[in-house]
Design a protein around this ligand. Structure first.
Ligand code: FAD
Length: 282
């Protein structure tokens, strides 16, 4: 027996979310890097796909009137990686994009599709949390904006309500500083076994987040405050131990839970020292 899937190509966010509301079995499709593989494997058999490819509003990177940077949900990883705007601490985001998979996947996948899927080994989630980014989402009831740390809720689970889509990622108005994304993977092109995103702004405010070591990026205000005051070896060890406490890693093909826990303090120290050297921060 064959099964055919309908494809709709709305040209506005409002039209897309109306289609998704009218057909609860419909799925939005962006780059298709993940979704098409799932359909091919028959993990999903949606009756209708709502392509987000023809919505100009969610494509590309722009500077908003208030200075924030808006990355449209349909922006490909390749475009984000190549962003040359002065981003300050948010430089960690293009740096993470440049380490996603390989050139083929970076040409195909989008930031909206990536964060909506919320695999714990993805590269964007810790980078967005370290950058202090927000996520703009839309549904038939209108739009709302969430902090990145409130968007990722659990394994493969986000704060998106049924029928909502990601419209954009919003990076804070650049205020100097820089950021760095350190990824540890079995081979180049694989998802992260563990990763650390570290960012400092021009006023010396640090934010760090860990990926691959739990259902969501690990982040702690107390660790950010500690690192903003002190980046001695003792402070880095303390920060690493605090993040280890938050970790809830799995044993899987990319590494054991114990191995991931061991990586956290070592990778944190490397990432923070790299940002420090790059930014000239003491
Ligand atoms: C071989 C391979 C290796 C990879 N390696 C890495 C890696 O190292 N690091 C990494 O971070 N990622 C990796 N990925 C994932 C890659 O980044 C995908 O691009 C990403 O997961 C999905 O993006 P997409 O635009 O293709 O989304 P799609 O495949 O189109 O959609 C993915 C899911 O999100 C939903 N969706 C799509 N767009 C939206 C939206 N705007 N709002 C709400 N829901 C939406 C879809 O319904 C679907 O459930 C890899 C993927 C592959 C195939």
């Amino acid at each position: 027996m064959s099964n055919s899937t309908g494809l709709w190509r709305p040209t506005s966010v409002e039209e897309a979310v109306r289609l998704l509301a009218d057909e609860p079995d419909a799925k939005p499709i962006s780059g298709g890097a993940t979704l098409v593989a799932m359909i091919n494997a028959r993990v999903l058999e949606p009756q209708m796909l709502v392509s987000l490819a023809d919505i100009p509003e969610i494509r590309g990177i722009a500077v908003l009137a208030d200075g924030r940077i808006r990355i449209g949900a349909f922006t490909r990883h390749r475009e984000t990686a190549a962003c040359e705007l002065p981003l300050g601490a948010s430089r960690v985001v293009p740096h993470a994009a440049s380490q996603i998979a390989n050139a083929t996947v970076r040409n195909m996948g989008t930031i909206g599709g990536s964060i909506s899927f919320a695999d714990p080994g993805l590269d964007y989630p810790p980078a967005l949390v370290a950058a202090g980014a927000e996520v703009e989402v839309a549904g038939v009831g209108g739009r709302r904006t969430l902090r990145a740390e409130d968007f990722f809720l659990d394994w493969y689970t986000t704060a998106l309500e049924p029928g909502e889509i990601v419209c954009a990622v919003l990076l804070p108005r650049p205020a100097g500083g820089t950021g760095y994304y350190l990824k540890h993977a079995r081979v180049v092109g694989d998802y992260a076994t563990a990763s650390v995103a570290a960012a400092v702004n021009g006023a010396g405010g640090w934010r760090v987040a860990v990926g691959g070591c739990g259902p969501c990026p690990l982040h702690s205000d107390a660790v950010d405050e500690l690192l903003s005051r002190d980046r001695s070896d003792a402070a880095l060890a303390d920060a690493g131990a605090q993040l280890q406490e938050l970790a809830d890693p799995l044993d899987d093909v990319r590494g054991s839970a114990d191995y991931r826990r061991l990586l956290i303090p070592r990778m944190l120290a490397t990432a923070v020292k790299t940002v420090q050297n790059d930014s000239g921060a003491k």
